[in-house]
Design a protein around this ligand. Structure first.
Ligand code: UT7
Length: 335
């Protein structure tokens, strides 16, 4: 639980932006590629389409830059005033070097320092926490927190267990010291290394460097033991979501929205049910985007920005590879 000294700075999200590519890969398209059906995908995941960044010359940085440009255009923010950029991603443009410095340079954030953060589907939430801490410490004043993934670059479009789920996208939030009493209230984050068996991309790291053998085995594609990940995801997200509400003495009536990672509609509904939340309190856009990994949460905030009002209590919750998971309580700080 975050304990603040009187007068201590509180960080708040003050603007959001987002971008998804125009190309829609529908369930009907996938029916022609793997042994699946629109009906199976819809009923098991809630997904109808996902967005794909088709141009092979464009990578995750493109999604991140477009999302940031959207935010900058909306707010007329001078990029030179940004002093920190965090990019949450599992699909960096290059293994070395970080993608965030490139993104920062491209958007004109020439006075910022920038780095990548890798926590899979929890990446954006973890990055928000880092930004909130740095702002609360008084070190930085304008931080861009980006979640972006070109999942199509690591998905095997012959594997029906993964290719139906993932899509490409990018979202961003600007964090600043709050100019009212609202903002980042509390966070409860967890991780468990046993998750690496269930959700991984085996090769390309220092354990299994790229070789003919890793290529032949398909180890450069994403692997997921869906059933097990599903099981952990529901109980983990519900546990942290419930805990953060309990320790902040919030009842369901006090909460405006649950902002959950978009992995599977059934996971989201089961999590909300365990937290005792009504359907209308749960934000969802999975049907048109699929699971965009680090981008799901900022894309939700972007898509539903008009529904968020100053003073609204939101619980953001995520679960992803690692395993990594957590929940944060925020009070929305602007109209
Ligand atoms: O974002 C990071 C975290 N990721 C997640 O949270 C994702 C978690 N997992 C899931 O969302 C789900 O487990 C999946 C969507 C991946 C799979 O759904 P499921 O209901 O757990 O299916 P299943 O793996 O239990 O498979 C049920 C059946 C199997 O057939 P049999 O053995 O019952 O004959 C599968 O072979 O469905 C079959 N199946 C498919 N059938 C049609 C698996 N994938 C497909 C498919 N189309 N695409």
């Amino acid at each position: 639980m975050i304990v603040r000294r009187p007068g201590q700075i509180k960080a708040a999200i003050t603007a959001v932006g987002g971008y998804v590519p125009d190309t829609r890969l529908t369930n009907h398209d996938l029916e022609k590629m793997v042994d699946t059906t629109d009906e199976w995908i819809k009923s098991r995941t809630g997904i109808e389409a996902r967005r794909i960044l088709k141009d092979p010359k464009k990578a995750t940085s493109y999604l991140a830059i477009k999302a940031c440009e959207n935010l900058i255009e909306k707010t007329q923010l001078d990029p030179k005033t940004i002093d920190m950029v965090i990019l949450a991603t599992i699909t960096p443009d290059l293994q070395v070097s970080s993608t965030a410095p490139y993104v920062a340079s491209q958007i004109g954030a020439t006075n910022a320092f920038a780095f990548d953060l890798q926590a899979a589907c929890s990446g954006f939430l973890y990055a928000l926490s880092v930004a909130a801490g740095k702002i609360a410490a008084g070190h930085y004043k304008k931080v861009l927190v980006i979640g972006a993934d070109k999942m199509s670059s690591i998905v095997d479009y012959k594997d029906r267990t993964t290719c139906i789920i993932f899509g490409d996208g990018g979202g961003v939030a600007l964090m600043e010291p709050s100019d009212n009493e609202y903002g980042w209230e509390d966070e409860y984050f967890r991780s468990d290394g046993k998750g690496s068996d269930y959700l991984n991309m085996k090769a390309g790291g220092s354990l299994h460097p790229t070789s003919t053998s890793t290529l032949e085995k398909g180890w450069h594609y994403l692997y997921q033991d869906g059933k097990n990940v599903f099981k952990y995801a529901v109980s983990a997200m519900a546990d942290v979501g419930t805990e953060i509400m309990k320790r902040n003495q919030l009842t369901n009536k006090d909460l405006k929205f649950l902002v959950p990672h978009q992995a599977n509609q059934r996971i989201i509904e089961a999590t909300a049910k365990r937290m005792g939340l009504e359907e209308e309190k749960v934000l969802m856009n999975i049907s048109d985007y699929g699971n965009t990994t680090a981008a799901t949460l900022p894309l939700l905030l972007h898509d539903f920005e008009a529904d968020l009002k100053k003073g609204d209590k939101l619980v953001l919750a995520a679960f992803g590879g690692g395993f990594t998971w957590g929940a944060a309580l925020i009070t929305w700080a602007y109209n």
